[in-house]
Design a protein around this ligand. Structure first.
Ligand code: PRX
Length: 656
């Protein structure tokens, strides 16, 4: 199961590819020495307690810092706070009142941008919190949000946090069915969506998907933001325009006093089985970690312009395009559209236009830009950049070097941040001002957090060998507290592997010779396609629901740009034959069931698939086939001959 060895080899990191922070960065950094790590290590709970007191405004201080009885654990017990108050209200009591909180860049180049100061944000959030209350949302009720990258998405999330209603944000490119599944699981009362948004110059009718999704669910009210002005279907009594509701409410809404361990949000992510799981994050611990990691990992200063390109529908968007920068009182850019609209220089034009200093994106985007050519980048002045971040998937050496040289002009640090929906914020990465910055190596646990690498038995594998990445308790404050409505799954997925003693990440990793952590990728049936998390099980169940399909197995194939891409092996039911029409139908079914992110790269139709004697499809062999890896012993299979046919169908070349 463990992926052995390395994916990318750094020949001699000591001599060739280690980039320590520049003198300028050291000057900027708050703590340019190792002491921070040493102090935190000596007393991890005490470290977080001190930080929590310093960076959060508590309505009532916590009585106890940490309590643990794994799989359950709590932080800042008895503390009362409100995340919206911390992200907005407290800034308007200072000089930051008139500082830009959000700079929104629409996709159409001829449309004006929008800049919301902290005071603007305060006004909008208060009003929208009152709108939600008026619609009947109470503390503890769930609210689903299906919005594109427009400021109303942050406003809606903060308004939910203000009144203590956990939000469940669903990626706007997800299908109606995906939204429906998530609404049904969370049993949300209200959905916030938009008429549409711009993507590659076209208007995407989001309301149409929302309409399809809410039918027959618990949703009582749908709030619609007018973004594009396109025609939408309307259900009187259920649907309300955002701007009309906002005209009719008071300007102030008292923030709810939330307990540290009250739920802040649910975010659905792919697990190894069919249905996505609702990762639950709570208030106090998440806020502390979101604040501190944004501040330290990105070296965020008051005068900075910060831009995280992630969509709000993913955890990176939650923590680093909403809560983190706002908790810090930072100024952030958010961009509505595609990186290639009107052309491939759009992102670089945005960096130049606003003078972005801190830029956070995914390796897939970088690989795509490498392919498009440097000339798009060269058109713009990127000299304001100081810190670059990478997230979501392993970054390969070429992408790292290009990011460093072409985007960063050879002077910016790259912090490779390893984390997950479950961890709430980055927990393995280097810190500007401290380093080290080694291409393709995420490096070390964030201060106050500790990881180890275990083999199957819970022991350290030999030096250089991959094992399973685990987090040692006390677990980081921003870690998930559960899976919505499924405590058993929570226990089994994260704590089942090593008898409840550590958090099991489902990632492979190894220690470099210098003792730094290098991530090798997922060890379960989860894929990272263009940085997006997808489960093979989820794809298989959608494909199998096509009437012609008898069986399907999906595995991840390496992809030059996207990192990984799904390949589906399919056995048809008797009486059905392969045709272009059928292929199209199956692909359309995936797009409809999951969204365009899940679209298989390739469909491989087979008479038979390799199976164990008990009849289970051997995905290990399919994985090896698409990766040109050794197939291992196939003679124990029920049907070893099935492998031969597949070899020619996918052009298997074997290792080497
Ligand atoms: O496999 C790891 C990979 O992304 C997974 C988590 O995906 P998700 O929950 O969607 O969160 C992504 C954004 C934090 C992890 O289990 N991953 C994330 N960051 C890195 C990474 N793999 C290698 N290097 C990273 N920096």
């Amino acid at each position: 199961m463990i992926r052995k060895g390395v994916q990318w080899v750094v020949k001699d990191p000591e001599k060739e590819n280690v980039f320590w922070p520049s003198e300028e960065l050291k000057k900027y950094a708050n703590m340019s020495d190792e002491k921070i790590y040493e102090t935190a290590k000596k007393d991890r709970v005490g470290f977080w307690a001190n930080i929590a007191k310093e960076v959060i405004t508590w309505f009532k201080p916590f009585d106890k810092v940490y309590e643990e009885n794994l799989p359950s654990f709590k932080w800042f017990i008895g503390g009362k706070l409100n995340v919206c108050y911390n992200a907005v209200d407290r800034h308007i009591e200072t000089w930051r009142r008139n500082k830009a909180a959000i700079i929104w860049e629409p996709e159409p180049v001829n449309e004006p941008n929008r800049i919301l100061t902290y005071n603007d944000l305060y006004r909008e959030v208060n009003k929208f919190a009152n709108v939600l209350k008026k619609l009947g949302v109470k503390k503890g009720d769930r609210v689903s949000i299906y919005l594109p990258m427009i400021p109303e998405v942050q406003i809606a999330m903060l308004a939910c946090a203000r009144i203590g209603a956990p939000h469940s944000v669903v990626f706007s490119a997800f299908s109606a069915q995906s939204l429906k599944d998530r609404i049904e699981d969370a049993q949300s009362k209200v959905l916030i969506t938009a008429d549409g948004y711009y993507r590659r110059g076209k208007v995407i009718n989001l309301k149409a998907s929302a309409d399809e999704a809410v039918t027959g669910t618990t949703i009582e009210k749908v709030v619609v933001v007018k973004r594009t002005g396109n025609e939408v279907n309307w259900v009187n009594g259920r649907d309300h325009w955002y701007h009309e509701l906002m005209n009719d409410v008071e300007d102030y809404c008292e923030p709810e006093q939330m307990d540290s361990e009250d739920v802040l949000f649910i975010l659905y992510t792919s697990g190894t089985t069919g249905k996505p799981k609702g990762v639950v994050h709570t208030t106090g611990g998440y806020a502390v970690q979101a604040y501190l990691t944004t501040k330290w990992v990105f070296d965020l200063h008051d005068e900075d312009i910060y831009w995280c390109t992630a969509d709000i529908g993913w955890v990176t968007g939650h923590t680093y395009a909403c809560y983190g920068p706002l908790l810090c009182g930072g100024t952030q850019v958010i961009y509505e559209g595609a990186p290639d609209t009107p052309d491939w220089s759009r992102w670089w034009a945005i960096i130049e236009k606003y003078g972005v200093n801190i830029f956070y994106t995914a390796p897939t985007a970088i690989r795509m830009f490498i392919k498009m050519g440097e000339e798009w980048v060269k058109k713009h002045d990127l000299s304001t950049l100081r810190v670059l971040g990478s997230v979501g998937e392993p970054i390969n050496l070429d992408a790292w070097m290009w990011y460093f040289n072409v985007i960063g002009g050879g002077r910016c640090v790259i912090t490779d941040t390893w984390w997950q929906t479950e961890t709430g914020g980055t927990i393995i990465n280097s810190i500007p001002g401290i380093g080290p910055f080694i291409p393709t190596v995420a490096c070390r646990s964030f201060p106050g957090v500790e990881h180890d690498i275990y083999d199957e038995k819970g022991e350290r594998p030999a030096q250089g060998d991959s094992g399973y990445l685990v987090q040692l308790p006390p677990l980081a404050p921003g870690m998930l507290r559960g899976i919505w409505g499924n405590p058993e799954k929570y226990k089994e997925t994260y704590f089942g592997q090593y008898n409840g003693k550590v958090y099991f990440s489902s990632d492979g990793a190894y220690f470099t010779e210098d003792g730094y952590i290098r991530i090798t990728g997922r060890v379960d049936d989860v894929m990272k396609v263009a940085g997006h998390r997808l489960s093979t099980g989820e794809l298989e169940s959608v494909i199998c629901s096509h009437p012609a399909v008898a069986e399907a197995a999906v595995v991840a194939q390496p992809h030059e740009i996207k990192g990984e891409a799904p390949v589906a092996f399919i056995i048809l039911k008797p009486g059905f034959t392969v045709s272009q029409q059928l292929e199209k139908e199956i692909i359309d079914q995936v797009v409809k069931g999951i969204g365009p992110t899940g679209k298989p790269e390739k469909l491989v139709f087979a008479e038979d698939l390799p199976k164990t004697r008990s009849g289970k499809i051997m995905r290990r062999i399919l994985r090896a086939l698409v990766r040109d890896e050794p197939l291992g012993n196939i003679m124990t299979l029920q049907n070893p001959e099935s492998v031969e046919g597949l070899k020619s169908a996918i052009g298997y070349k074997g290792p080497g």
